[in-house]
Every structure is written in C-alpha cells, then in structure tokens.
Design a protein around this ligand. Sequence first.
Ligand SMILES: NC(=O)c1ccc[n+]([C@@H]2O[C@H](COP(=O)([O-])OP(=O)(O)OC[C@H]3O[C@@H](n4cnc5c(N)ncnc54)[C@H](O)[C@@H]3O)[C@@H](O)[C@H]2O)c1
Length: 349
Amino acid sequence: MSEERTYKFGIVGCGVIAPWHAEAIARTEGAELVAVCDIDRARAEALAEKYGVTEVYTDYEKMMEREDLDIVNICVYSGRHAEVGIAAAQAGKHILCEKPIDITLERIDALIKAADEAGVKLGVIFQRRTSPHSCVVKEAIAQGKLGHLILCDTYLKYHRSHEYYASAGWRGTWELDGGGCLMNQGVHGIDLLQWLVGVPVTSVFGRTGTLARNIEVEDTAVAVLTFRNGALGVIEGTTSLVAPGLPTRHDLHGERGTIVLTDKGIERWDVEGEEGQIPQVEAETVGGTADPRAIGMRGHILQVQDMVAAVRENRDPMVPGREARKAVEIILAIYRSAQTGEVVTLPLK
Ligand SMILES: NC(=O)c1ccc[n+]([C@@H]2O[C@H](COP(=O)([O-])OP(=O)(O)OC[C@H]3O[C@@H](n4cnc5c(N)ncnc54)[C@H](O)[C@@H]3O)[C@@H](O)[C@H]2O)c1
C-alpha cells in the first residue's frame, strides 16, 4: 500500500548538526537515510559509516539525480540553503531545511517559489516550536487567556566562544552566516516569539554591536518591536556572555495575565483564574545557550516525523517555508534599522 512506503532521505552538509538529522531519520518509522553529501568527503564518509549509508557524494547535484531519493535535508551553511533547496526542488525532492531558511529575502522567495512550482514540500527546522511547553503557551495565547497582549519580550543571551567562531570559516560572516547573534542563534527565539504572539511585527528599531568577539557580524543586539495588535516588545540578543550564558526567556504579558517561558519550561503562569497553576507537561529542557551541541534530539525527530506525514498526507509541514521566512524578515529589519538609525516598518520593501 502506498501509505506504508518508506521515504528515502539524503543529507547535504555533514557537519555539526547533520547527526541530529541522521539520528532523527533513524528513529522515524517510514524513513530511511540512503545518501549523504559533503564537499569534504571525509565528513560524509564518517556520517555514512555511523548510520550504515552506502552512498556518499561530494556533489549534491549528483546526489539529487537519484530517482529513489524522496526528501533532502539541508545542513550546509545558512547562506547556501536556498541554492541547495532550489536544486532539490527542481529535481522533484521534498526539502527539510535547517534554520534559518536562508539569509536574504530574495533567495528565500526564490526557494519558496521553486518548491511551489515543483509541487514539493518545504519544511524548516525550528525545533523549539515542537516543545510541549511552547505548544501550551501558544494555545493559551490563541485562546485569549492573556487577553489583549501588551508587552512580549525575548531574551536570547548565549555564550559562543572565540573557538566556536574559529571552528569553521563561514561562522560569523555576512556572506554565509548572514549575521551573528540574531541570524544564527537568536533566530530560534525570534521565530518562537512571533509564533507565540501570532500576529506580524509591523515595526522595529534596532541597535547592534560587535563588542566582544572578533567577527564581522553583530555579537550583541537590542530591538524595540511593535506588533500589529498594538503590543510592544523587546529583543535582547548576544553571543558574548561568559560561559555558560543564560537560558533563553520569553516574557508574555497581556491585560489578563503573564506567562514566562524559558529553556527550562514555563516559569510563571499568572493567568486570571489559574494563578500559579503552571501546566504540567513532560518535555526535555531546551539547551544550546552554552554549547551548540547541547540541544536535545526530540525536536528534530518530531520534525522528521512530521515531514514524512506531510508528504504522505499531502499537507504542509509543521513549519513551512513561508512561516520560516518571518523571523528572517524581522532580523533583516533590525539590521537595516541599526544601519540607518531609523525605525523600519515591515513588510520589508
Ligand atoms: N537547529 C539547530 O539548533 C541548529 C544547530 C546547529 C546548526 N544549525 C544550522 O545548520 C546549518 C549547518 O550548521 P553546522 O553548525 O552543522 O555547520 P558546519 O560547518 O559544522 O557543517 C556544514 C557542512 O556543510 C558542508 N558543505 C558546505 N557547502 C556544501 C555544499 N555545497 N555541498 C555539500 N556540503 C557542503 C561543509 O563542508 C560542512 O561539513 C546552519 O545553517 C546552522 O544555522 C541548526
């Protein structure tokens, strides 16, 4: 029966994050990793050996010529996601892309268009959206439990060492990382904030600095936000804290309640009629502010499972390309504001 077929996956980019994808595929029913690709053959071979993959490629276009390949996981540098994704779409492969979807709106739009035209699914990893804690908060806000939202903030204070930035030539560059503490690390929390609030950001005022790391992009940033529903908010992001950094935090205040969500879970639930009754949900702690390799596996597994289900059921994946574009647009608006000294309105022109 076609519903029960196994979907064949290929990974492009076999660096730090690739094992999360390989492991998630291994733990997903109806998914099989059949090919891996890296311009550095030794990296591809190491991943292939660990997961019993026989096909190793150094050219992703060659890999995509495989007719039996269904889904391509994109784990290359952020500034190369669209390039690989467009090739995958044109080869008729579904796409599961690491965050950020890419680093310019032009390339993101080209990728979304290519996927639409080819009729393939385009999903993007934002594993924090899969956390049961995040889902409970999202549901509460959507149900209006906080009433009119007033102030919605996110604090994204990471530690990334000099060694981290030196560990690969693309890190901390405009061309391939697309930014620093906001575009690489902060994009997770900025996506979560705008998803939880549930309405678009309409204007930003930002300031950025490179204050403590020897990189060309920002290691520290602040921004003032206005949401379409009138709520205000701030973003504070950095990768310059001394180790271990701080757990990321989202403070959500409405006229009828306050919820504080951190990497450790829901820390405050001051909701009218439910004061102090923090919803009890089982979830792993979200990690990563101290060490990029300290993130849990659960989110990637859920997103790979969701991808298989999306293809089977012919529906959008959990985080489609258009959704993933939103956080990048907010970040690019903050960069523009920081550069011009002016308030920048969204959508960006
Ligand atoms: N979801 C998360 O929490 C998370 C965590 C870490 C990284 N990421 C994202 O994953 C992506 C990769 O990050 P990383 O830390 O694994 O980087 P990395 O440098 O460790 O790995 C990238 C790999 O891609 C390979 N590569 C580059 N261009 C290629 C090409 N054209 N064809 C084939 N291989 C190519 C490189 O040789 C390298 O091995 C980034 O976009 C990053 O933002 C996401």
